[in-house]
Design a protein around this ligand. Sequence first.
Ligand code: FEO
Length: 400
Amino acid sequence: MHITREINKDIFYVGGSERRISLFENIYPLTYGVSYNSYIILDEKTALLETVDHSISELFFENIKYVLKDRKLDYLVIHHMEPDHAASIKELLDIYKDLTLVLSAQAFNMLKNFFRDVDFSSFNVQLIKEGDKLILGKHELTFVAAPMVHWPEVMLSYDNYTKTLFSADAFGTFNALDGHLFMDEYDYEHDFLDEARRYYTNIVGKYGIQVQSVLKKASTLDIKMICPLHGPILRTSSDITYLINKYQLWSTYTPEVDGVLIVYSSIYGHSENAANVLANELSNKGFKKIKIYDTSKIDTSILLSEAFKYSKLVLISSSYNAGVFPLMEKFILDLKAHLYQNRKIAIIENGTWAPSAYNAINAVISTLKNIELYPTKITMMSSISEQNLNEFNNLIEFLK
Ligand code: FEO
């Protein structure tokens, strides 16, 4: 059964949510699913903005049919070629054979590579670049290039009539939609913020400079609504300002919270004990925001997101194979891959005969930009010693 709604003058939501998916991009765990948003504009001409993932294509085609009624589909606008949005294009072309594909030249190359058995010479194709317009009637879409937010071919579009920005992956989030389509209908901080941060940091966290460039372009537009490809639609000025401000922080690698994040890898509990002893002392000394995570229990995508949130990071790890515990290694390599920077970091290693975690962690952390690394090597031999307690006290001074 179709599930659609008019979200603005002549603009209809035709996407949907799924909760069966366990790994987004086959890597990021999802507990509460995800939405794949798609929109139709009905004007003198009709335009579909994006298709959806295969998982909800049956609903999607019912939605399109219901919204179009007896009208033909004139355009498919493709902002982004990643298959979570582009997977249903071939099926769409089988049904709506007369439509014109509107996309960038780079997106068109990707389209041909993804769908090698489609003869695109039989379709009308309109290649667009930044500043080009697609006139539908009252609604005029102006295209804005957004390379690497999230792939290089990405375009956004701005509808001059309703002042709506169709923002592709930008301002999106994990989590399915629970009936409501708009951000102001949710308790966003409670229901979405952690997942929006996890989505941003893992998907585009590496491309802060490119996100900054898009935010600069967006600041020249009078935006009344933002329609992302995942998660709720933004329609109030306070929600738009709120999320743009979050993107400003995340894309400049600026912490949201002044606090200490302790991430540990522990085999038999002694490194875990160090995390708890340190946190107890931090609390005792008046630190307000402290969070502890175990790399063996918490997915790396969450650890990365939390590292972007907090201003200080303490890494505590067992040694392993003359290096560092594998899940700690995974985490620090992820920090490096996402250009993690502008933080205070301290390292505590643990080992029973030849501790090796410090050097292995330091080899990665020392390559990060704008990191204030605690200069003293703290080594635990199997468990916390009296000397370690004194070293923790000195470390706490550094973390203030
Ligand atoms: Fe939601 Fe980059 O695709």
